[in-house]
Write a protein that binds this ligand. Structure first.
Ligand SMILES: Nc1ncnc2c1ncn2[C@@H]1O[C@H](COP(=O)(O)OP(=O)(O)OP(=O)(O)O)[C@@H](O)[C@H]1O
Length: 254
């Protein structure tokens, strides 16, 4: 479904991804686990073309991700952001309708009755039916993330990329959001790739965990195989991300 082949990304002199290779099967709930700065967000962004790799290739459904086919590829890819990326002065319905735009042609951005029905259904599915006409900036963090999920769902994506979807939420709400993603994965067969910091969440929700440290894959296995030694490899790296030799790390934080 998604394949990363020797994916490398360099920002200035900082080598943020240093040759990442793995494949994700359709229907998998894959957790990418790693410390802050390990390169997890960059990796997910390479999968939907938000960030072009410096070297290596990403394939989605057998099609290479290039800047020329992003419009086609993104129809099948929902993206959930750490900071929700919803529009505060629009209501929930209008935020979710934005998710339908990816399936429209450039010259026709109007919403049809079936778009509204799909949005209504997605809003109900994430448990916000009673908030459909509430402004998004009046919602709690957990509710905002539900809007982000509904906006992804309305696309009918084959895969959802979730970038730290719970790191701004308290543990109870975080569990609810991850349980919602789990339900989507189990009932709709949607492939999920979810970046997480928290080991317990990764163990609980991932069918498989990939540990990233310093832009390299240091673990790839089932949750039960993630022992203390593996965790040390993920979290005890001397540097959060690799740098080119001789670099003084000035280019990384753009
Ligand atoms: N557009 C950019 N320009 C320059 N450096 C960047 C850019 N995006 C990311 N980086 C750097 O790449 C490194 C990895 O960042 P990334 O966000 O991928 O890590 P992460 O594992 O997702 O971290 P976190 O969990 O804190 O979000 C960091 O040092 C970051 O500053």
């Amino acid at each position: 479904m998604i394949r990363f082949e020797n994916v490398q990304k360099q920002f200035g002199r900082a080598k943020v991804l240093q040759g990442v290779t793995f494949a994700v099967k359709a229907g998998e709930f894959l957790v990418i686990l790693g410390p802050s700065g390990a390169g997890k967000s960059t990796l997910l962004r390479c999968a939907n073309g938000l960030v072009p790799p410096s070297d290596g290739t990403v394939y989605v459904n057998g099609m290479q991700v290039t800047r020329h086919n992003l419009h086609t590829l993104r129809k099948d890819i929902g993206f959930i952001f750490q900071h929700y990326n919803i529009v505060g002065n629009l209501n929930v319905m209008n935020n979710v309708l934005i998710g339908t735009l990816g399936r429209k042609s450039y010259w026709n951005f109007s919403f049809r009755r079936e778009d509204r029905q799909a949005a209504e259904q997605a809003i109900a599915q994430v448990g916000l039916a009673d908030k459909a006409f509430v402004r998004a900036d009046k919602l709690s963090g957990g509710q905002k993330q539900r809007v982000g999920i509904a906006r992804a769902l309305v696309q009918e994506p084959k895969v959802i990329l979730a970038d730290e979807p719970v790191s701004n939420l308290d543990p109870v709400i975080g569990l609810e959001i991850l349980s919602l993603l789990q339900t989507i994965n189990e009932t709709m067969g949607t492939t999920i790739i979810c970046n997480l910091h928290h080991v317990e969440y990764a163990r609980r929700f991932g069918h498989r965990i990939i540990g990233i440290s310093g832009g390299r894959t240091v673990f790839d296995g089932k949750p039960a195989e993630l022992d203390e030694k593996q965790l040390a490899a993920i979290y005890a790296a001397p540097k959060p991300c690799g740098e080119a030799e001789g670099s003084s790390n000035t280019a990384a934080n753009g």
